[in-house]
Design a protein. Sequence first.
Lengths: 97, 321
Amino acid sequence: MCSACGFPTAPGHWTDAGASTAHDRLRGRMRRAQVLQTVLPLYGLKAYDGGEVPGIQISTLSGSETIVRDLGEVWMLAEKISGGPVDPLDPRFIGEE
Amino acid sequence: MSEADGRVRLTVLGGYLGSGKTTWLRHQLHEGQFSRALIIVNEAAETPVDDALLGQSNRLEVLAGGCVCCTAKQQLIDLLRRICDARSKADAGGERLSQIVLETSGLADPGPIVEAIRSDPVLVYHIIVSEVIVAVDALHGLSQLKTEPLGRRQIDVADRLIITKADAADETTLTTLTATLARLNPGAAISGAVKGVAYPLPDWSSAVPEVLPEISGGAKAPVTPTRLYLDDSIDWSAFTVWLSALLHARGDDIVRVKGVVRTPAGRLLLQTVRKIVQSPEILPEQGDQREDNMIVVIGRGYTESQLKRSLHYFAGITDAR
């Protein structure tokens, strides 16, 4: 697949590919922060994205705050702070505690 | 064997999950290679995706829902027999099929496929396996050779090895991989490619091949495909939070994810290879959409139910227990 034989690819981080208008992008960012908020508190972290500044704000329980660009960076930061990766198959998420 | 013996030439295109087989084939079709060939695409999962990408081909058959080197071997033999039968009955004045390209699933060992065709009492008179081409991922090839017995078996049977995504790896990785492949299969021609376009490989004559550990067949559980349906309650944002976390945490065990997802920005073709997610391609609205919103996850270390519950948790759906 060169540029001629493939289909066009969505620009930016792959997780941003689901929105093509500014409205959809903003809604997607807010929803993303909402989803992160159901997951990160179990690892002692909080997520916020109000759409005012680019990036996702991640804060710890002690109040220190970092802004990351995309979800890839969220998981790297979370792993660094909590000492292990945020695992979607964590028994707490799948009801196998 | 000369072409004049009248048999159909069969090219087997193999390679590990996500090694770039379809991308390579797609570009060859675009360039006019195999233009008169019948293309057979095999996918281990029941949700075919690759056929949507091979629109350049005039003739395409899909064998989905099983790997043709094992569970779906008989289906392949039956299909090839039907093809040969139709060819024999075709009008002598018309154009006869002269070539077939079989793109195997990433879970296939081309060895048993070739063996099955050569030992079939009917097919042996109609089909000659002319070449086994195996794609090897420049970035992940070495680690696959170290840990996956299947990855090594695919290399062993190749006549031609194509190192794909050759621009993504640094020179040391590339020369070490080339030297390792040359040691494993000294008879195979090795070349490089980027998105199907030939790419010159650096000089590897002085590179030291990687010492590969012994691996027993059962050391690691085999990878299996799982289908996940993304219904309307699972939005793109929740899905991407879930998948990006899953790949970050489990990327060594989730070797491949692919599928077409409907989003406000259109139909997106999503493909991952271990932790790497390709930029989604925006597919046209036309075409077969029956398999949209069906994701295939190929890996090990979880059950289908666990994957579903995990995704539902991220999407805020409460599962009945």
